[in-house]
Design a protein around this ligand. Structure first.
Ligand code: SAH
Length: 297
């Protein structure tokens, strides 16, 4: 079985020629592609393997991953027609799906980077008589008594639940998939409000101009671990460092001095504790008793 460690990722031949990608994030995608290739080897290198991505955005991550592992059988879960078109420009041979349910049977490795945080949460607020569920209607909040009980927090407290995320993970577990989940959120469940609206890179009011901002909420990894077998979460910087991010960046920077500053800035952004390095977590969903996956040693 291939031994997965930082030196392996940083030096192996299959990463040799990847300095051509225009994206700043190229090393990130390559490392995830290398991760998927190792996992495929751990599965016994089945020929009918499916490499899937949930919420591929503009398709850059998969395009970068495919340079590390040119898997032929690519499936995307994407609801936005506009983003599907962008993805088709970078990964023309992909097949698109509305949800996990239509991805054909067979061994599956799925990547999900900043996907779960985009799935809806339910939000509850503790009022004097009890917990109320908070909905948005006509750009204002309305409240109805909660259908189930929640821990008895002080009046004014907020809690969020993420059934859509849990259902997604439970469905992956059900079909025996391997999935790499990268998202932001605490390692332990934390009460409080985390719903945010981001418009043009800045925080916005979630209620103003519906449909024009990205709505996200922190991913509760502990809740996901209650519905699926999951290794981690570990901090993104620990994960990427274990996979050889820095060695790989050094090699590319030496080979392409004109890109060195950009490559180092990207590595710094991905791992700096005050930036993405510690709020972002990596977690691997896998069958029970599966050997330790790369980056989760
Ligand atoms: N992975 C990319 C994009 C993250 S944004 C990145 O890291 O930059 C979230 C992505 O999930 C978008 O592509 C969005 O269109 C898609 N998405 C959100 N909710 C979805 C749903 N319910 N079903 C399918 N795709 C969804």
């Amino acid at each position: 079985m291939a031994r997965a460690n930082a030196a392996y990722y940083a030096n192996s031949d299959f990463l040799a020629d990847f300095a051509t990608a225009p994206e700043m994030t190229q090393v990130f995608g390559e490392l995830l592609g290398a991760w998927a290739k190792i996992v495929w080897a751990m599965l016994g290198a089945p020929e009918n393997i499916i490499l899937a991505e949930a919420g591929p955005g503009r398709g850059a991550l998969m395009a970068d991953a495919l340079r590390a592992w040119p898997c032929a059988n690519i499936h995307f879960i994407e609801s936005s027609p506009r983003l599907r078109a962008a993805q088709a420009e970078r990964v023309p041979h992909a097949t698109w799906h509305e949800s996990l349910t239509t991805i054909p049977p067979g061994p599956l490795i799925l990547l999900a980077n900043e996907f779960l945080d985009a799935l809806p949460v339910r939000q509850f607020i503790r009022r004097e008589p009890g917990w109320m569920e908070r909905y948005v209607a006509e750009a204002t909040y309305i409240e109805q008594p909660a259908e189930f009980s929640l821990p008895d927090d002080p009046v004014g407290s907020i809690r969020e639940t993420g059934e859509a995320r849990e259902n997604f993970c439970a469905a992956l577990a059900e079909r025996g998939a391997l999935a790499l989940i990268i998202d932001y959120g605490p390692a332990e469940s934390a009460p409080g409000e985390s719903v945010q609206a981001i418009r043009n890179g800045a925080y916005a009011d979630p209620l103003s101009s519906p449909g024009t901002a990205d709505l996200t909420a922190h991913v509760d990894f502990a809740a996901l671990k209650r519905v699926a077998n999951i290794q981690g979460p570990v901090k993104q910087n620990a994960f990427l460092t274990a996979l050889g991010l820095h060695q790989r960046t050094d090699i590319l920077a030496r080979r392409h001095p004109e890109k060195a500053a950009n490559l180092r800035a990207a590595a710094q952004r991905l791992t700096a504790p005050e930036a993405m390095g510690s709020l972002f977590k990596a977690a691997a969903l896998c069958p029970e008793n599966f050997p330790t996956l790369p980056g989760f040693e």
